[in-house]
Design a protein around this ligand. Sequence first.
Ligand SMILES: Cc1ncc(COP(=O)(O)O)c(C=O)c1O
Length: 386
Amino acid sequence: MTFAPQLRIPGPTPLPERIVRSMTRPMIDHRGPEFATILAEITAGAKRVFKTENDLLLLTSSGTGGLESAVANLVSPGDEVVVALCGNFGERFAALAAAYGADVVRLEFEWGQPVDPDDLSVVLERHPKARLLLLTHNETSTGLTNPLRELARAGRNADRIVVVDGVSSISSIAIETDAWGIDVAVSGSQKGWMAPPGFALVSVSERAWAQQVKARSPRFYFDWKEAKAWAEKGMTPFTPAVSVAFAMQEGLRMLEEEGLENVYQRHARLARATQAGLEALGFQLFARDGYRSHTVTSALPPPGLDVNALRKLLDARYGVVIAGGQGKMTGKMVRVGHLGAVAEGDVVQVIWAIEQALEELDIAPADGRGVAAITASVQGVPAATR
Ligand SMILES: Cc1ncc(COP(=O)(O)O)c(C=O)c1O
């Protein structure tokens, strides 16, 4: 018997009770003063998380809508656009740009490897006409965090408009949008923000606005100019996901109560614990050491383990839901999400359940080594901060 599924996928993330409660109130007028106050609070809070003084737009859509808004507002058909990619979401960003008629220049790295800033500089030098550089901060498909500060610097040094997919990182992994020279950064409410899916958050610099005026792609629902004009009146151009706004407001309050630095450190500890547990159970970590994500851990299974059978058993017997691989890694990898409202005890639960399932699937006896490895990984960390 399981009581509630334990969501250990890289988003949507578990909703704390406080946030669930925040959504159980009557609907309000999205053109009235109450919504304007909420919108202002979310916008100000999100700017503190993004570390930006730029405009911060809230669009009702999933994260991809935020990314599409960047392409629709910045690209003209035929423009050269450099896309640095090392996984499925980078591929998607490239496909999105191509769908708007961009001439995509791909700088591609093997899955599990990060994008190299020096190689990026070389590509940018070779393509002086490409105004836009599209980057993925946290490549969720491979469980890897790219060296964003260095990549953005390479883009800025070459005077490009730097656009960042931060859907699965921002609010869980540190970003300094302005200090790192990022023109556009995008996130999604269902990730570290601890809210349901429904809002894309998009920061837009002055340089990006100047490009926006020149770009000639069709845009309507995602027209940034409209979003900004309405935001100045405390509204959104179209009906927003009001209940998700309630949740975002509460989620931001929780992030600020914990303190962003503590949030980032907690995610780093959760990643270490998950890595230790999976390795002890015979999994092979997929992303290159030094670049492993703090929000999602990817690993190849021990010999003989059918990933789909494992996931099915975890769900059915233990109420634990983990993700599999994406794209060319479908069926070949597990991905354990640990972002948002997640604590060490939750990682213990997922590792313990995987260990039990491995015994049931005749892969290895359950002798407690997964949980023991987690315990070892927090040695030396003050108990109060675990
Ligand atoms: C890095 C990254 N980019 C983009 C997306 C797409 O976001 P959405 O599914 O909210 O459209 C995701 C979703 O997991 C993601 O992790």
